[in-house]
Design a protein around this ligand. Structure first.
Ligand SMILES: [Zn+2]
Length: 300
């Protein structure tokens, strides 16, 4: 992992600071590195009036603290290390961070959910009228929820019921409400699980989007494309509403082989199943690779 922006990526002192070995701090002896740090904080608008003089004094420390405050990071007395440099590195690449980026993704996530809701309502109508349901909807349900139209033997799969469809519809409608309130239910910050975690949410929220949730190359990992970010929004949204969604037998990634054999009754609580089904319907088939934080997240 390294600083990516051409603005400062050739500076070895900053590269080691970005790994906290050691961070840059008050009265750091490397004037070139300090000058770049100061210029970065000016250029990104963090501290537009900061004097760029290569001296890491109290004003530079205050500017670093303002990065930490702005992005809800652990305040560490104005020391510029992995978190601060990583965030500046994203901003230097004209990247968006956390809540701001996630809010731009809510329309795409909402369109996928709308497609899923339409398909599920169509299925309800077909089941009621005894007509043939859409193949796409049947495929999506069996792929992501292990629910089948025909009776199936007890075990992994199960025949879908009206109550199943209503439960899935309820969850999707809750997600739409959550996205509509993203201004207060989303936040930028460093996830409890660590700075490499793109996003996380406890029951009842909020969803915290970390520096790794970004649309540019960054030293926190690859950039994440809009479809994968939409999948993350839906996934985290389910965590907000379903207290069972984090259980280890429930929380199985759409990229894990075990996803395909998760019993239906557990799939109905799996956040990845909701993201996967909506993408499947919107995409007119299961995307390959799937969206989410896995193979293909880069750029997709
Ligand atoms: Zn999760």
């Amino acid at each position: 992992m390294a600083l990516i922006s051409a603005f400062w990526n050739s500076n070895q002192r900053l590269q080691t600071a970005a790994e906290n070995h050691p961070p840059i701090r008050l009265f750091d002896a490397d004037k070139t590195a300090v000058t770049l740090l100061q210029q970065a904080m000016v250029d990104t608008g963090i501290a537009p009036a900061l004097q760029v003089d290569g001296i890491f004094g109290a004003k530079t420390a205050a500017a670093v603290r303002s990065v930490e405050t702005q992005f809800n990071m652990d305040p560490d007395e104005g020391v510029a290390g992995r978190q601060t440099l990583g965030i500046l590195d994203i901003l230097l690449q004209n990247g968006q961070l956390g809540r701001d980026l996630a809010q731009t993704d809510t329309p795409l996530a909402g369109q996928k959910i709308a497609a899923a809701v339409l398909a599920l309502n169509g299925l309800k109508t077909a089941l009621k009228n005894g007509t043939t349901p859409a193949t796409l909807t049947a495929d999506g349900l069996s792929t992501h929820f292990r629910l089948t139209l025909a009776p199936s033997a007890p075990g992994i799969t199960r025949q879908v019921t009206d109550a199943d469809i209503d439960a899935i519809l309820l969850r999707y409608n809750q997600l739409l409400g959550l996205f509509a309130a993203s201004g207060i239910r989303f936040r930028t910050g460093v996830p409890v699980n660590g700075i490499d975690t793109a996003a996380e949410a406890p029951l009842n929220g909020p969803i915290t989007f970390g520096p790794a949730f970004t649309n540019v190359d960054s030293h926190f990992g690859d950039r994440i494309g809009p479809h994968s970010r939409a999948a993350i929004l839906m996934h985290e949204g389910v965590h907000v509403f379903d207290g069972l969604s984090g259980n280890s037998n429930t929380h199985i990634s759409e990229f894990a082989p075990a996803y395909a054999t998760q019993p239906a009754d557990l799939s109905l609580h799996n956040p990845s199943s909701f993201a996967g089904f909506a993408a499947h319907i919107y995409n007119n088939g299961d995307p390959a690779p799937r969206f989410g934080l896995g193979p293909g997240a880069r750029g997709l």
